[in-house]
Design a protein around this ligand. Structure first.
Ligand code: ASP
Length: 579
């Protein structure tokens, strides 16, 4: 077994004979001495093969990515390489074992590769030899270790829950597994261990966690994978504040252990309604300012036709101020932003520039008095730019929320090393689904409504709020959870509110409602997205960077060619027929 990591070699080893293992990362044969950078998981060390040694001839046959065992004497380098941890020393090789050769590589293995991602995914095992990916997987491991250590000390028990589960409606589409023994029946892969963790609370475990794999058969967005990992928690005898306090201590512990970053606790809390009003998002990025501001009061006596009409119809007028950038935005640039906000179903984008005077799309329609009042009320300074949207509440907020992010990115207002965390609380219990023309659960059907809203479950869903909370990091939902319903009557009411038929409830959730009848403790929990957390802590936007063997956006594994056809016999065994 290997005794020493490459990166541990330093001047303390001078003159000593060492044996190292690894892969040929870079070869320089200058027609005399042959230099090889030998790479292992820890880093690089320079090997030197001199023409007067027995190993020289063999060294001449070396190629990139050959796997070697090397014995040699540590020596001081003539010229140190300050960019390398082992840069002061090299190894004069006395013995060389080629453990395994490598054929011609499909792409060059180096950190700043420009090989196509598809090629790298096909040869993922070669891609994984890059330090870039290895450090990310190591950070992921450290995060998992920190989680286990922290939660163990807090008396949590790690419990595994089934992968072959019952298919339940609501949420995303299930991955199904046909049953051979019960032909025509199916298991589903878990979208999350939600029901099981609640049943563990009924089972008296009190504090549970699991680093759980979850499966959702959705059309994949860039940052999604069909299977992903959640840090899943559940606790009995807790309220919202208890779960949030425990979770933020856990997150702070992870940040400290993995990145040596001290988070300031308690984290800030913001209600869902406040987040939507101020940032147009339930996961606001607070690394930069630019809040959304209400502007109706400035236009209440306006002659601007569309605004007048909009106000009469109960629509809103909101805006954003971009400080000191008016000169940067030409008409053409602003046209591009107009097209951008229209994707959010708003009528358009008005703007005002404050240079020597107030100019911009609606300036001609403003009286001098109105102009002065705008400059004064918004405390505009020279070169400020105001963007204005007027439409329905939700669309206006979402459009400005997206514009806010775009402007911050375009103007480099985000400090990439900054971490801004907060809780978003008091989510609506339901959201209206245009597609289904009915209210669906905003989180999941087991989320407890606020005590004062239980009576609204059936007749005032739009104003019914829940005991749900999300932890947001740098504009991403890093996790979310809720206090659960532990009363069978409330749970049944919730199912009814979601328009599940008696039959559905019995068939899909009967076992669960039954469990609630046997002394269920009040409980709640949350799940953190491990992939997202790792992405945030390793500064990557690519989810595939933090998963050893990821799938593509079309949910396939290019390395093993999966999903794939199966033998006819397998189908027959399962009683399946493919058209
Ligand atoms: N099971 C939930 C989810 O997957 C998280 C929770 O409520 O604990 O989003």
């Amino acid at each position: 077994m290997k005794k020493i990591w490459n990166n541990d070699l330093n001047k303390e080893y001078l003159e000593k004979e060492v044996t190292v293992y690894g892969w040929v990362s870079r070869l320089r044969n200058l027609g005399g001495v042959i230099f090889v950078d030998l790479k292992d998981r820890s880093g690089l060390v320079q090997l030197v093969f001199r023409p007067d040694t027995k190993v020289y001839e063999k060294a001449e046959t070396l190629k990139n990515e050959y796997c070697l065992k090397v014995t040699g004497q540590v020596a001081l380098r003539e010229k140190a390489n300050p960019n390398l941890a082992t840069g002061e020393i090299e190894i004069n090789v006395l013995k060389l074992d080629i453990l395994s050769k490598s054929r011609e590589l499909p792409f060059e293995i180096k950190d700043d590769t420009n090989a196509l991602e598809d090629t790298r995914l096909k040869y993922r095992y070669l891609d994984l030899r890059r330090n870039y990916l290895q450090t990310k997987l190591i950070t992921r491991h450290k995060i998992m270790m920190a989680i286990r250590n922290f939660l163990d000390k807090e008396d949590f028990v790690e419990v595994e829950t089934p992968i072959l589960c019952k298919s339940t409606p609501e949420g995303a589409r299930d991955y199904l597994v046909p049953s051979r023994i019960n032909k025509g029946a199916f298991y589903a892969l878990p979208q999350s261990p939600q029901l099981f963790k609640q049943l563990l609370m009924v089972g008296g475990m009190e504090k549970y966690f699991q680093i759980a794999r979850c499966f959702r058969d959705e059309d994949l967005r860039a940052d999604r994978q069909p299977e992903f990992t959640q840090v899943d928690l559940e606790m009995s005898f807790v309220n919202e504040d208890d779960v949030m306090a425990l979770t933020e201590k856990l997150v702070a512990y992870i940040f400290k252990t993995v990145k040596n970053i001290d988070l300031k606790l308690p984290l800030m809390k913001m209600t869902y309604n406040e987040a939507m009003a101020k940032y147009g998002s339930d996961k606001p990025d607070l690394r930069f300012a630019i809040p959304i501001i209400d502007l109706e009061y400035l236009f209440k006596d306006t002659n601007i036709e569309f605004m007048k009409n909009n106000l009469a119809q109960g629509k809103i007028i909101n805006g954003l101020i971009l400080k000191n950038k008016a000169a940067k935005y030409s008409r053409k640039e602003i046209d591009k932003l107009t097209e951008f906000v229209k994707n959010y179903q708003v009528g358009g984008l008005a703007y005002l520039k404050y240079e020597d005077e107030l100019t911009g799309s609606i300036s001609k329609l403003l009286t001098d008095e109105e102009k002065n009042s705008i400059i004064k009320s918004l405390e505009l300074e020279k070169n400020d730019l105001v963007f204005i949207v007027s439409d329905n509440y939700k669309q206006t907020k979402e459009a400005l929320g997206a514009l806010r992010l775009k402007l911050a990115k375009e103007n480099d207002l985000i400090n990439k090393d900054d971490y801004k965390l907060l809780w978003v609380t008091d989510f609506p219990a339901f959201e209206w689904s245009e597609e289904e023309q009915r209210f669906t659960a905003m989180h999941h059907p087991f989320t407890s409504p606020k005590d004062e809203d239980i009576d609204k479950l059936l007749n005032d869903k739009a104003n019914c709020y829940s005991k749900a909370y999300d932890i947001v990091i740098n504009g991403y939902e890093a996790g979310g959870g809720s206090i659960r319903i532990h009363d069978e009557e409330v749970q049944e009411k919730m199912f009814a509110a979601l328009e599940l038929t008696e039959e559905d409830i019995k068939e899909k959730f009967g076992f669960f409602v039954e469990a609630l009848k046997y002394g269920t403790p009040p409980h709640g929990g949350l799940a953190l997205g491990l992939d997202r957390l790792t992405m945030l802590l390793t500064n990557t936007d690519n989810i595939r960077d933090v998963i050893a063997f990821p799938k593509t956006a079309s949910a396939s594994d290019l390395m093993s060619n999966c999903p794939s056809q199966v033998d006819k016999k397998q189908l027959v065994d399962l009683g399946l027929k493919i058209d």
